[in-house]
Structure formats: structure tokens, C-alpha cells
Design a protein around this ligand. Structure first.
Ligand SMILES: [Zn+2]
Ligand SMILES: [Zn+2]
Length: 354
């Protein structure tokens, strides 16, 4: 079943080539358009954010699809088998979680982001850096009216991941507790600061480097900014908090951030691992330090669908404001180089060719 819109057989896509240390991204104008299967729809995309984690695909850190991207916003144009046509024309978000099994403990308790058999966008199925993407109708997110597509885009992974991460602090730290955000000026960090301060009342110490990331972090509500390149982060955090922060969100994938994290929290503190270093990287912390400091460590894999819906509503209401730079799709290869070199402040979203 399909709408009256003409669907081409080929399209423009950004494609990973030669994944590995010399991997690149190339624009391909004759990439095939797929047809939706059971429970699936075809979405004509308007915008896609480019997540820092996508660099992993270019560097060959995993067996990704040639077309990656998991922050897509667009319109449903075709329905597959078992999908109501009422979804045609709806504006939807295509996220990292393409679909889940629906049967495991995570799925049955409202946490499909913890599914035992998940299917991920860009890893197991083609992603959103193309004009037309296949999505599972059961895991799509409606974009609320009044929220611009380019602003909704970074909320689908960056925002949701931070909503998931900060959700893990609730009931664990005091309502006015100190939270360190390592990697505060990137796509995830700057939204995380807003969620932590505006929606929870936590006090945030932002850690990153450079004038633009400092400015963005403070603008988003951080009480303090520490530049890790020019300041002693551990000393500064102790000066500000006394015994250390209540929690540290490790958004950065840099090894130094993981080494530093346990030194930044007080006894009984919580470390949330959000950043994704290479798969072979192990956390450089001694077991005895965990015991002596009574640390809690938690991993974060995006967030729940309920957290997604709430976050989009908060953005539509103007409470959460992603800092988005919109670029032309043809700039995608250059954007990947900037992300690789950690040169992106906030989030870059590309406009998909009509
Ligand atoms: Zn992402
Ligand atoms: Zn499941």
C-alpha cells in the first residue's frame, strides 16, 4: 500500500566507504530505495542529525551498514503489510532503536532500549543519511506539532540518551546534587545540562575544552565550566563541591575522561557511562577503588519511549532548546571529519535533499 506520492527507485545517500583508519563518507546519487516489509513504513526524510558515535562506523569500529544516521525526521509516505494507512503523512522520528523483540524482560517492562535482541538503525538496517529510510511503525516516534523538524532531530539520540542517563541519577542523588558532565559542549552534553538543571534542579559542573564549548555549556545552565586542557579538573571539582560531585556523566569517549571520573565523585557517588570508546577499551579503574569509594557504575543505552515523548514535549514547550547548526547534505563528508577531530559544538543537522 502506498500514498499517491511518487517514490523513486534510486536516491541520494551518504555512504561509508572503506571503513577503517582511512574510512570516508561519499555522497551517492544512485543508492537504491528499499520497500517496506511487515510492520514497516517508508519515511521521506527532511533532516538528520549526525551523532558523534557515527564516527565509529567510518573508523570501522563495528559492522555498520553503509548508510548510517539515527536522528531522522520525516514524513511517512508508504506503508508495508500490517500497518494502518492512517500513519501516512505523519511526521515521525527515526531513532537508534529500529525495533525490539517485544518479548524479553526489558521490552515487557517498558524499557525496549534494554531489549535482549534489538535491531539498531545504521548498524543492522540502513540509517537516516539518505532521502528514504525504512522504519518499523511500532517504534517510530510522533513529532509534536510546534516543534521544528531540525530541532527534533538531535533529541532522537543525543537528547534521549541524556534523558536516559539523567533518569538513572533520580532516587540516587539529592535533588540539588552536584553532577559533573564530561564532554559538556557536544551534541549530547549540552542537552544533558539542560535536562539536569531545568527539569531536575541538579547543579552541573561542565567539563570540556575551548571557548565555544564553554559558552554553550554555561548558556545551557551549567554553574561552572572547567577546561580540561588548561585546568586541573579534579582540584577544581573538589574546590567547588568539597568532597566531590554526587554523580559524573561520562559523555566523552576519551580514555582520560574514564580515568578521571572516579576521582571527581564523593564516596557513594555514581558514574554513568554514556560515551562509546573503541570496543576493546576497558575502564581504567581498580576494583579496590570501587569498593573503598562505594561507587555505583551504570551504563546508558539511549532511553525509554516514555522519556522520548516527554523530552519532545518539553522541547515543543520551549523548555529544552537543542543548539543546532543546519548544513546542506553535501557537507556530510566534511562534518564527519570535524566530528572525528572533536571540532563540533552542539549538534550539526543536515537538510536532506527534497
Ligand atoms: Zn547517537
Ligand atoms: Zn526485547
Amino acid at each position: 500500500m502506498s500514498s499517491s506520492i511518487h517514490i523513486p527507485t534510486t536516491q541520494t545517500a551518504a555512504v561509508i566507504e572503506n571503513p577503517g583508519p582511512n574510512g570516508t563518507v561519499r555522497i551517492n546519487n544512485s543508492h537504491p530505495v528499499e520497500a517496506p516489509g511487515k510492520h514497516e513504513v517508508l519515511v521521506k526524510l527532511e533532516y538528520s542529525g549526525i551523532c558523534g558515535s557515527e564516527v565509529r562506523a567510518m573508523l570501522g569500529w563495528g559492522n555498520y551498514r553503509p548508510v548510517i544516521g539515527h536522528e531522522g525526521v520525516g514524513i511517512v509516505v508508504t506503508t508495508g503489510e500490517n500497518v494502518s494507512e492512517s500513519i501516512l503523512g505523519q511526521r515521525v522520528g527515526v531513532k537508534w532503536l529500529h525495533s525490539a523483540c517485544g518479548l524479553c524482560a526489558g521490552c515487557k517492562t517498558g524499557s525496549s532500549n534494554h531489549c535482549a535482541n534489538p535491531v539498531f538503525t545504521g548498524l543492522h538496517v540502513q540509517g537516516t543519511l539518505q532521502q528514504y529510510v525504512i522504519a518499523d511503525s511500532r517504534y517510530l516516534t510522533r513529532i509534536p506539532d510546534g516543534l521544528r523538524s531540525e530541532l527534533a532531530s538531535p533529541l532522537l539520540c543525543a537528547g534521549l540518551t541524556m534523558a536516559g542517563g539523567i533518569g538513572k541519577l533520580d532516587n540516587h542523588i539529592p535533588s540539588d546534587g552536584w553532577v559533573v558532565v564530561q564532554g559538556s559542549g557536544g551534541g549530547l552534553g549540552h542537552i544533558g545540562i539542560q535536562i539536569a538543571t531545568k527539569l531536575r534542579g541538579y547543579k552541573v559542573i561542565a567539563v570540556d575544552s575551548g571557548a565555544s564549548k564553554r559558552e554553550l555549556s554555561l548558556q545551557c545552565g551549567a554553574q561552572f565550566f572547567i577546561d580540561f586542557a588548561t585546568e586541573n579538573v579534579e582540584e577544581r571539582v573538589k574546590e567547588i563541591t568539597g568532597e566531590g560531585a554526587h554523580a559524573c556523566l561520562i559523555v566523552s569517549g576519551a580514555e582520560a575522561a574514564f580515568e578521571l571520573a572516579p576521582k571527581l565523585v564523593r564516596n557513594g557517588g555514581l558514574l554513568a557511562i554514556i560515551g562509546l570508546p573503541p570496543a576493546t577499551f576497558t575502564v581504567p579503574m581498580t576494583a579496590s577503588l570501587f569498593a573503598v569509594k562505594a561507587l555505583t557504575v551504570t551504563g546508558v543505552m539511549v532511553g525509554t519511549e516514555q522519556q522520548m515523548v516527554e523530552l519532545l514535549e518539553q522541547a515543543a514547550a520551549g523548555i529544552i532548546n537543542p543548539m543546532v547548526q543546519v548544513e546542506d547534505f553535501s557537507e556530510t563528508p566534511r562534518i564527519f571529519e570535524k566530528l572525528k577531530n572533536n571540532e563540533v559544538t552542539g549538534r550539526i543537522v543536515v537538510r536532506i535533499p527534497a
